[in-house]
Design a protein around this ligand. Structure first.
Ligand code: FAD
Ligand code: SIN
Length: 525
């Protein structure tokens, strides 16, 4: 049996939920999500959402900061569009029920993070994402046109190729009609046909061994679009957050928000010495690529496993008031942030590249939109400015929704799509092989395609990954579909694209640092 839906949304983070609220007045909405409905990168966002609220801040300052962080690779027109819409879109989030902290005088209590020249981060204590996800889900639940199918895993999008068809005044030869979705409650694969499809599947931190991303972040959307021959770009720019809590027993890694450095926290080596002045005049508040590389360099040259974040000089009550969850987490490990140094290491955090989209969130595949972390809009360039991603998601949910609403009336369902064919597949003989392969990919990416790269490391990564790719494709063809198998396949696909794009970039730029090509641009420093 096939379902027919006007607007199909894959993913229930900030991107999918805010888009759902916009298109729901115009047709039936089905949102599928592979785990519990709130599980997403969004839920774990700490620092907040960047927006221009009051003077002395201005759109121009925020635009300039974004361009500088992006190391000359941002699309300036897109930056301008996103930043000038920031105030309106954030006010919309507030109207949907999200609350942000205020000062005693009633103004928003704006925080500062790396690369920002002004205080402009709206936040809800240190768990802003949790609050946004809560508010958006509550709003979505009240809408009669929106159905959420949790524990439904999108395996692949349904596409057909047509030669040279004129689409939205662009020529696209690929058309998307919906998705094959594994219902994890029945273990049946359903065919969902839709007039328009939104990819909002988030990031891919699980490609690396150490990441701040939850286990759902396996790059499924990028892998699906890549397999369907859609355009994917900028994947060499994987952002490592400088400060995740050093606690090797825990995965994913717990984040120590950049807002802690914005509040005055200072990075130090294990012997208590400051080091960031050697790398950048902005010291601990330089853009992320610079800080993560500096920490990596200090750890490698000194042979240390971590560096410290020092907050002992800060006002204790204010520190705990602003960062109650970080305080609680550290206390649970015996670290009192007002008295002890916090051990931190960089961790894979944000996918700056992704599915290439235009200013309306349209991908290179007709009817398929992509927004949020899985997309590449041109906003982040070679390095995302902190707290610009939640903003990008809400601005693009608006852009994409307006376009999808306008187009959907003239689109018909495609009835000729066959149901999933599971003939000839069997249960896997050894599930442990999947777990081992996953660890191998993560180790390859961490060891050879991390913060610092070289041509020889990238070549080695490519050769090692090819073996895993062939093994996994063979397994995929003869095995009954499971989320673990699909996620491993997606992770291998995404790792392959990251390596391919990294090998193609013959320079060091933003987050992509290759020792064979010393950095020549100076945007970020
Ligand atoms: P997500 O929120 O990740 O949602 C993706 C959804 O897709 C999930 O529901 C997932 O289950 C679903 N999904 C994925 N694959 C499939 C599939 N195959 N089938 C069905 N469903 C699928 N950004 C900021 O701007 N400010 C911050 O302070 C900030 N802090 C952060 C802190 C942490 C610890 C992390 C991890 C990220 C942080 N970020 C921050 C980044 C930001 O949270 C994300 O970029 C953003 O939330 C992504 O939203 P999204 O809707 O695109 O994806
Ligand atoms: C943080 O709180 O440090 C995360 C901010 C971000 O990733 O934008």
């Amino acid at each position: 049996m096939k379902r027919r839906i006007d607007f199909l949304i894959i993913g229930s983070g900030i991107a999918g939920l805010s888009y759902a609220l916009k298109v729901a007045q115009h047709g039936s909405v089905c949102m599928i999500t592979k785990a519990n409905e709130d599980e997403s990168n969004t839920k774990y966002a700490q620092g907040g959402i960047a927006a221009v609220m009051y003077s002395p801040d201005s759109f121009d300052k925020h635009i300039q900061d974004t361009l500088i962080a992006g190391d000359g690779m941002c699309d300036e027109e897109i930056v301008r569009m996103v930043i000038t819409e920031s105030t309106e879109r954030v006010n919309e989030l507030i109207a949907w029920g999200a609350t942000f902290d205020k000062t005693e005088s009633g103004e928003y209590d704006l925080a500062k993070e790396g690369g920002h020249s002004e205080h402009r981060i709206l936040h809800h204590k240190d768990n802003t994402g949790f609050e946004i996800e809560r508010a958006l889900l509550a709003a979505v639940h009240t809408h009669p046109n929106i159905e959420i199918l949790d524990h439904h895993f999108a395996i692949d999008i349904l596409t057909q190729h047509h030669l040279g068809e004129e689409v939205n005044s662009r020529t696209s030869d690929i058309e998307c009609y919906g998705a094959y979705v594994l219902n994890l409650r029945t273990n049946k694969i359903e065919t969902i046909l839709a007039k328009t499809i939104l990819m909002a599947t988030g990031g891919a931190g699980q490609v690396y061994s150490t990441t701040t991303n939850p286990t759902i972040a396996t790059g499924d959307g990028v892998a699906m679009v890549y397999r369907a021959k859609g355009r994917v770009e900028g994947m060499e720019f994987y952002q490592f957050h400088p400060t995740s809590l050093f606690n090797p027993a825990e995965s994913p890694s717990f984040l120590i928000s950049e807002a802690v450095r914005g509040f005055g926290g200072i990075l130090k080596t294990i012997d208590g010495k400051e080091f960031m002045h050697k790398y950048d005049v902005r010291k601990s508040l330089a853009p992320r690529d610079i800080v993560a590389r500096a920490i990596d360099n200090e750890m490698k040259t000194r042979g240390d496993d971590y560096v410290y974040l020092d907050c002992r000089h800060l006002d204790k009550n204010e520190l705990i008031k602003h960062f109650p969850n970080i305080n609680e987490k550290c206390l649970s490990l015996g670290i009192d942030i007002s008295k002890d140094l916090i051990p931190v290491v960089p961790a894979a955090h944000y996918m700056c590249g992704g599915i290439k989209v235009d200013n309306k969130g349209r991908s290179s595949i007709n009817r398929l939109f992509a927004i949020g972390e899985c997309s590449s809009t041109g906003l982040h360039g070679a390095n995302r400015l902190a707290s610009n991603s939640l903003l990008e998601a809400v601005v693009y949910s608006h852009q994409a929704a307006m376009e999808a609403i306008e187009k959907s009336n003239s689109i018909r369902f495609c009835e000729s799509i066959p149901d999933w064919d599971a003939e000839g597949t069997a249960h896997p003989e050894e599930m442990v092989l999947l777990t081992q392969s996953l660890r191998e990919v993560q180790a390859i990416m961490t060891n050879y395609v991390g913060i610092v790269r070289s041509d020889i490391r990238l070549q080695r990564a490519f050769d090692r990954l090819e073996i895993l790719y062939k093994e996994n494709e063979a397994l995929y063809l003869k095995t009954i579909i499971s989320p673990k198998l699909c996620e491993l396949r997606n992770i291998i696909n995404v790792a392959y694209i990251i390596i391919k794009h990294a090998r193609a970039r013959k320079e060091s730029r933003g987050l992509h640092y290759n020792v064979n090509y010393p950095k020549t641009t100076n945007y970020g420093s």
